[in-house]
Design a protein around this ligand. Structure first.
Ligand SMILES: [Zn+2]
Length: 326
């Protein structure tokens, strides 16, 4: 049995649901840095599932799905416990920013954090100790945010052990079009790495939605996230029901290709395009219209996403271009 998650401020209790905050630092204005938490206890015992969003503050699709799922679960019989954290980096979320605004840190590069240093380090540390430690499985939502477009893709950390296998099954159960083994994850300090290393918890990282979609596909993308949570809960025997027909899933190895120069970028391939090695993916021109850079596909692959803002800077991600593995 897990220890129950304790909240510092309770905002609301209604039947099996509790909403509240965990505090992690007094601000100069007298308010607190805090993590919003929704806890819903199922009728029967079972796994504790943590679903979080807005580790990057401008990736809202998962946040809205967590809020919708919590409303649904309040009046639904299920097993286990649902922990929803709709805006893990609430400061970044509130300021429409990917990173924290107080210390400029990217929360998903600094796990496991540190209780004695910068505020975002403290956030990672307290999140691990007060919440993640007490759960059995995690869905941590990401997306394209305000500068990228991404097709729905579900990442998981592959290992040959039971944790890796559980994560792979959760990724498949989520049922998006692409799964990414993250065997080549080019970053350190990612939350999922700490969850596995410190507590042996399987975690999946769905990337869904972007600012490109928010005009006409905001609700469908929230629906993909919400259905994914439901599918994973069915897979974990928390919710009754029949799993949907498995989507046609491609297992890929995703690479981030960076621009070397800044300028105005033009995308020459679209999402989901299958591209041969050497084909032109994009072009960057200067303010006079002269070409300064052309990007050729370094291998045959599929376009998962791209920088979607016309202006790009040297070093920015340009294409999210994947090798197809099966
Ligand atoms: Zn993200």
């Amino acid at each position: 049995m897990h220890e129950k998650i304790a909240l510092d401020t309770i905002m609301m209790t209604r039947k099996a649901r509790t909403d509240g905050y965990i505090n992690f630092g007094l601000k100069p204005d007298g308010s607190q840095f805090r993590i919003p938490v929704i806890i819903i206890e199922g009728k029967k015992g079972g796994p504790v599932l943590l679903v979080d969003a807005c580790t990057h503050g401008d990736e809202y699709e998962g946040a809205e799905a967590i809020i919708a799922m919590a409303a649904y679960l309040e009046s639904t019989e299920f097993s286990g416990t649902f922990i929803g954290v709709p805006a893990l980096n609430l400061e970044a979320f509130s300021t429409i920013s990917r990173a924290s605004t107080t210390d400029g840190q990217n929360l998903n590069r600094i796990f496991p954090g540190n209780p004695d240093t910068y505020i975002t380090m403290r956030l990672a540390d307290i999140y691990l100790k007060r919440i993640v430690k007490h759960v059995d499985a995690v869905i941590t939502f990401h997306g394209g945010g305000d500068v990228l477009h991404l097709e729905p893709i579900v990442g998981y950390l592959p290992t040959d052990d039971a944790i890796g296998e559980s994560a792979r099954q959760m990724a498949q159960a989520f049922n998006a079009g692409y799964t990414w083994r993250m065997q080549n994850l080019p970053f350190e300090g990612v939350s999922a790495q700490s969850y596995r290393k410190l507590f042996g918890i399987p975690c999946i990282l769905p990337e869904v939605g972007s600012h490109c979609d928010r005009l006409h596909a905001r609700q469908p993308n929230i629906g993909i996230c919400r259905d994914g949570i439901r599918n994973v809960m069915m897979h974990l025997n928390m919710l009754p029901g029949t799993m949907p027909e498995p989507a046609k899933q491609l297992d890929v190895e995703l690479h981030y290709i960076h621009a070397s120069n800044g300028g105005i970028q033009t995308l020459l391939k679209k999402e989901n395009d299958l591209v041969q090695k050497g084909e032109l993916l994009g072009r960057i021109t200067d303010v006079f219209g002269n070409t300064v850079e052309e990007l050729k596909a370094p291998y045959p692959g599929v376009v998962i996403g791209f920088w979607s803002v016309p202006v790009i800077r040297p070093g920015d991600w340009w294409y999210l271009f994947a090798k197809v593995l099966d």
